[in-house]
Design a protein around this ligand. Structure first.
Ligand code: ATP
Length: 238
């Protein structure tokens, strides 16, 4: 088996006295799309925050290509290759699209390839090239989500994390975004995605983890979980 690009073993984390993640094991193979699903409060966002270095790792290990990243400051985790796409609101609304994208390329490694990466982002999202000089705040919700994903790509991630990218988007925009994610997967990176839109995300996920109460309750291939009777009734209402 190829070694995982991102690996977490026995991840524990929480807030104050509250333990939220109670020993999570995850692995992302190269060029994979891996989904995290589970009810509200299961701990999905907490897991991304812990990997990002925004919350302290209280136990276990996290590695990128075999190198430990647990305990590193958030900017060091970005440099190591784990980059989370900011939610639409975290864009700079007064800045142009190009300026917002450039913010993503602040590490030395990313700066060196900035123009090439921006060209790739424009190929992925042609509307961003057309509107390159427009202020980000004037774009629609779906377009802002594209800027956010583009900005994360500018940091040259090995793993791109997306926390509910389709939140608040019209169904047509959700489909377009999912198509873009399908295209991104062919690049040399893996995607870790939290999504309430479980049906759509499982259709394209190579693997998915179901979180319940801070533990992995179930895991499997996307198609396999789509066929799972318990999952269908609990999360898909079928
Ligand atoms: P959602 O889809 O609602 O975001 P989630 O699976 O991402 O759900 P988390 O946001 O990770 O869940 O929350 C897991 C648990 O941690 C919940 O019980 C939540 O109340 C708690 N929690 C989250 N953020 C904080 C915080 N800043 N301080 C204290 N408790 C928190």
């Amino acid at each position: 088996m190829t070694s995982p690009v991102l690996e977490g073993v026995g991840i524990r984390a929480g807030y104050g006295d509250v333990e939220v993640l109670r020993g999570i094991d995850i692995a992302l193979p190269p060029k994979s799309v891996v989904a995290l699903i589970g009810a509200n409060g299961a701990g999905k966002t907490t897991l991304l925050k812990t990997i990002s270095g925004l919350l302290p790792l209280r136990g276990g290990e996290i590695r990128i290509n075999g190198e430990p990243i647990g305990g590193l400051a958030p900017h060091k985790v970005v440099e190591a290759g784990f980059v989370q796409s900011p939610e639409g609101k975290q864009l700079f609304p007064e800045m142009t699209i190009t300026e917002n994208l450039m913010v993503g390329a602040h590490s030395k490694r990313a700066r060196a390839r900035r123009d090439e990466t921006m060209e790739e982002v424009f190929e992925l999202f042609p509307i961003l090239r057309e509107r390159a000089r427009q202020r980000a705040g004037t774009m629609s919700g779906g377009q802002q989500q594209m800027i956010a994903v583009g900005r994360a790509l500018m940091a040259l991630p090995k793993v791109l994390a997306l926390d509910e990218p389709s939140l608040g988007l019209a169904p047509i925009m959700v489909s377009r975004l999912m198509e873009s994610i399908e295209q991104i997967r062919h690049r040399d990176l893996s995607i870790l995605i939290i999504e309430q839109n479980i049906f759509q995300v499982l259709k394209m996920a190579d693997h998915a983890y179901v979180l319940e109460n801070g533990e992995i309750a179930k895991q499997g291939g996307g198609q396999e979980l789509l066929a799972d009777p318990h999952l269908r009734s609990t999360y898909l209402g079928l």
